[in-house]
Design a protein around this ligand. Structure first.
Ligand code: IPM
Ligand code: MN
Length: 349
């Protein structure tokens, strides 16, 4: 019996989470697993009412769950930064979800903005470090507000933090398929402390994985190759900020935010799965947002819980619907409503 914590959150979060839950229920019936879902109201609306983001008690409660299914955090009436750091990053950090796993896979070439790319050309996974780097929030102002002001923002990289991420990436790459190629994405030519540590750790750990081909690409070149030669990539490992940036580009080449899902993973603890598109306020409540990213996130969650057959069936169904039914992956242009797409996946399963 899995205990699933559901955080629908803000904007279109509740709409897409509802479709994800519909698919979860259908998958449970078909593949014979049981779960109990508990909904939490963390998000912008609750913050505006109570001034609360997430406290230690909430974190302690969430630790009791098998996994967390998250919709979106972000509210137009709340100043940027409060909900992101107070809820999303707080969850990632407190639950030590040190991996952010983002598959980039093209399901239908018609939805790819790149010319002449086929599904087999765009099929890679980004392993983003999710607990350190520039996201650590370290830094300070000096002489704030004066013309001599200096703002420091520190990228915090520990050997242990970097190594556990790199090891996860090697292990993941070994299991993934026959290609077995791991690329370190960095900026060794400029960030001579942080990526010196990353590079040394990468090649030291690589000695334990002789079956994996290693490669290195600077982050700027990586964005170029995502567009020019995405077929070069199998698994990419990178730091928190670079991972954030390149996975938005990854989402676009796989067909857009409507299909992009991610997992915040603590291999020994509670992991959290989310569509990466955000709260999309302008589409809220209109039944037009694409729920496939959330449905894919639910599939990833099942895979992570060990329900491999269910996870694979959800992915196959999403591929089929994306390839044969949808007019577009973009909100309002899919040829179906949010709920109809959820129903299509349930029927497909
Ligand atoms: C993401 C988002 C978050 C991040 C924001 C909302 C803090 O962009 O999940 O990629 O930067 O990690
Ligand atoms: Mn992002």
């Amino acid at each position: 019996m899995y205990k699933i914590a559901v955080i629908p959150g803000d904007g279109t979060g509740p709409e897409v989470v509802a479709e994800g839950m519909k698919v979860l229920e259908a998958a449970g019936r078909k593949f014979g697993f049981k779960y109990e879902a508990t909904t939490f109201d963390f998000g912008g609306a609750r913050f505006l009412k109570t001034g609360k983001t997430l406290d230690e008690g909430d974190i302690a409660e969430l630790r009791k769950y098998s996994a967390i299914f998250l919709g979106a955090i972000g509210h137009p009436d709340v100043k940027p930064g409060i909900l992101e750091t107070g809820i999303l990053l707080k969850l990632r950090f407190s639950l030590d979800q040190y991996i952010n796993l983002r598959p980039v896979k093209l399901y239908n070439p018609a939805f790819c903005p790149l010319k002449d790319k086929k599904p087999e050309d765009i099929d890679f996974v980004v392993v983003r470090e999710n607990s350190e780097g520039l996201y650590k929030g370290m830094g300070e102002f000096k002489d704030k507000g004066t013309k001599d002001e200096v703002a420091l923002q520190i990228s915090y990289n520990t050997r242990k933090g970097v190594e556990r991420c790199i090891r996860y990436a090697f292990d993941y790459c070994r299991k993934r398929n026959k290609r077995k190629k791991l690329t370190l994405c960095g900026k060794t030519n400029v960030l001579t402390y942080a990526f010196d540590l990353w590079e040394r750790t990468f090649y030291e750990v690589a000695k334990e994985y002789p079956d994996i081909t290693t490669d290195y690409a600077h982050v700027d070149a990586t964005t170029m190759w995502f567009v020019k030669n995405p077929e070069w990539f199998d698994v990419i490992v990178t730091d928190n900020l670079f991972g954030d940036i390149i996975t938005d580009l990854g989402a676009m080449i796989q067909g857009g935010m409507g299909i992009a899902a991610g997992g915040n993973i603590n291999p020994q603890g509670v992991s959290m799965f989310e569509p990466i598109g955000g709260s999309a306020p302008k589409y809220t409540g209109k039944n037009v947002i694409n729920p496939l990213a959330a449905i894919c996130a639910a599939g990833m969650m099942l895979g992570n819980l060990g329900e491999t057959r269910a996870a694979q069936a959800i992915e196959r169904t999403v591929i089929d619907i994306t390839a044969t039914k949808l007019k577009s992956l973009a909100a309002g242009k899919m040829g179906y409503s949010t709920q109809e797409i959820g129903d299509l996946v349930v029927k497909g399963l």
